[in-house]
Design a protein around this ligand. Structure first.
Ligand code: TMP
Length: 395
């Protein structure tokens, strides 16, 4: 299905820097009939998305910080305790949100992070980081310099990589024979179940399922040996893979296989229904915002997420409906949303005075935000949600 011409999701710009011809690409998806990998048909070149002004910093949320501390703990307890001088590599290590907990334990580690500004932030956090794109060639260089990896981890990264087969080859090359690859990404089954079409944007070239992960990594001798659902990013899956002959497969894998078959992730009709649900969601959100604005209500946005770029551009929502978006990320503040030019303001502006309604673009952080914004809700303010369907949250 197509979501129309789309700008770069994290392309927040100052009003004076907006070019006359903003770069756009056709945001369209397809599900491969052979391996059922749900993917973008076209993806912008990586250097348009990941560069020195990349606007996404992982450490903006308390819940995500806890999540990555637990991720590191899991790696340390499950795997590293059993090994001598282990070596952990993280792909797309961002600002070191996970690896710093590995570094703190004195474990040999390397973050691979192509965006120079977040890589610099990681180094400031004491995380050994190299700023390159991971592929078979850089994997060989890393192995030569550091030796094989006991653990290769990645969170919200694998789904960003168009050249995934090259990355899979690099992982097979870098991983010790009994080592494991652990990665997590937004889960296709959750996106379909919740109509969370906003997970579809330039950086998410793939939305994985067990079936597609097997299809991608299997040819490189890597089998899925464990799966664990995660609540992060609106519903993710953590996959553990290892070289086929060195590991036993957990029962969680067969359970997920059955669940995917029940959900119809391998059926064309599922994707037709998804398209219809996206169109219905767009119509309902536009109707609600139009009615509220028509009644003179003030509407703001909460969280200038990458996901919001898809929602705003697909639904055609701009400053005429949403006055501003509040966001905690300093690099986004004072800028405007990609393609739709809604001002992004610091959270201090949210309460000066409170708007009547706030569209919860950061819906994946709903619990944290609702707890934090009690005063907004108690003053009569309401959050507008659109996942799993268009509705409201009030005190
Ligand atoms: P994410 O959903 O991709 O993690 O992005 C979350 C965005 O929402 C990020 O730009 C920070 C912003 N945000 C807020 O503005 N306030 C909050 O309380 C939280 C949790 C996130």
């Amino acid at each position: 299905m197509s979501f129309g011409p789309m700008p770069i999701a994290n392309g927040f710009l100052a009003p004076q820097d907006i070019p006359l011809d903003t770069y756009r690409f056709e945001l369209a998806t397809a599900s491969c009939k052979r391996c059922r990998t749900f993917q973008l048909i076209d993806q912008p070149p990586p250097d348009k998305m990941f560069h020195a002004n990349y606007a996404f910093f992982s450490q903006t949320s308390r819940v995500m910080q806890d999540h990555f501390e637990n991720f590191a703990l899991d790696i340390a307890q499950r795997l590293l305790a059993r090994r001598d001088d282990p070596f952990v590599v993280e792909l797309g290590s961002n600002d070191g949100i996970m690896l710093r907990h590995i570094a703190k334990r004195g474990v040999r580690h390397l973050g691979v992070e192509p965006s120079a500004n977040v890589a610099a932030a990681a180094r400031n956090n004491g995380v050994n980081t190299t700023s390159v794109f991971f592929d078979a060639e850089s994997a060989a260089n890393i192995r030569e310099q550091y030796g094989p990896a006991d653990v290769i981890a990645a969170a919200n990264v694998m789904c960003h990589i168009g050249s995934i087969r090259d990355v899979a080859a690099g992982i097979a090359l870098l991983l010790r024979d009994d080592g494991v690859l652990i990665f997590e990404d937004p889960y296709l089954g959750e996106v379909i179940a919740k109509t969370s079409y906003d997970q579809i944007y330039d950086e998410h070239v793939f939305l994985f399922s067990l079936e597609s992960v097997r299809a991608i990594f299997g040819p490189h001798g890597l089998s899925v040996i464990d799966v664990a659902p995660q609540t992060t990013h609106g519903g993710s899956m953590r996959y553990t893979l290892g070289k086929t002959e060195h590991h036993e497969v957990s029962s969680t894998v067969t359970e997920l296989e059955v669940a995917e078959s029940r959900q119809g992730l391998g059926d064309d009709q599922t994707y037709d229904r998804f398209r219809q649900s996206c169109e219905a969601s767009k119509a309902a959100l536009n109707r609600l915002l139009g009615e509220l604005r028509g009644a003179g209500k003030r509407i703001a946005g909460y969280g200038a997420t990458s996901k919001s770029t898809t929602v705003l551009n697909y639904c055609g929502i701009g400053p005429e409906l949403i006055e501003f978006i509040s966001d905690t990320t300093p690099i986004k503040q004072g800028k405007v949303t990609p393609g739709t030019h809604i001002s992004v303001k610091p959270p201090s502006c949210f309460s000066e005075p409170y708007p009547d309604f706030a569209v919860l673009f950061a819906w994946n952080h709903a619990a944290e935000i609702i707890a934090k914004e009690k005063a907004f809700l108690e003053s009569g303010g309401r959050f507008i949600t659109f996942v799993p369907e268009v509705g409201m949250i009030q005190a």
